[in-house]
Design a protein around this ligand. Sequence first.
Ligand SMILES: [Zn+2]
Length: 244
Amino acid sequence: MRKLIAVALLGFITACTSTTEQPSKSRPGFTAVRSADSALAAYSRVSKRMEPLSEQICRSIHANKPRTFCDFQVKVINDPKLPPNAFQTIGKDGRPIIAFNINILRSFNNDDELAFVFAHEAGHQIAQHIEKSQANALAGAVLGGILVAVAGGDAQVGVDIGGSVGGRSYSKKFELQADTIAAHITDRSGYNAKRGAKVYERVGGSSALLATHPPSSERVARVSSTLKQIDAAKAQGRRAPIAW
Ligand SMILES: [Zn+2]
C-alpha cells in the first residue's frame, strides 16, 4: 500500500514548470512563440550538446552507480493538447527520462532557455530527487496516518493527505537544488545560464506554477548567486565544483 501511494505521487512531485490550465493567450509565460518545426529543430540542436554533457557530469558525481543511472533518454511528447510541461522520470528499464512536450518547446524564446530547463531536469536525477521524494512521501504518509488514527478519523484519508503534504514541502527545496545544478551544467555547456533562467521570469507569478514550485524570484536569485560563485572561481582560474 505504501509503495502504491509513493508511486502515485511521483508524477506530481517530479513535474516541472507544469500548469493546471490549458494553453491559452491569457497565460503570457506559455504563449507559443514559434512553430512546432522550429521548436523541434531547437530541441534537436540543444539536446545534442546537453545530453552528453549532462551524462558526463552525472557520471563524474555518481561514479559508483550503475551505468544506467546517468544514461539519459530524452523525449518529446508531441501532443498539442497537453499544457506546457517538462519533467524527469525513470523508465521501466531503469534509465532516467527527460521529457519535453511540444507546447513547452514552442514557448521557449531561445536555446538558452531550452538548455536551462534540460539541465534542471538532469539536475533532479543527479540529486536523486525521485528516490528522496519517495522516502519523504512515505514519511509523510506514515505521519498522516498516525495523526488521523489518533483523532479517531479515517486512517486511509489521513495517509493520502499526509503523503501529498510531505512531497510538496520537500520538493520546494528540491526545485532550488535542481536550479543550482542547472546553473552549473548550462554554464559548462556554453549556453547562457542567466538568459536561460529568464524562463522563470516569463512563467512568473505563483498562479502559473504548481504549488510544489517556489516563487520565480527565489529561483532567479538562486541561479544568480550560483553564477556569481562560478564566475568568482573562473576569475581565480579554477572551476567551481557542482554542489547543491
Ligand atoms: Zn523541477
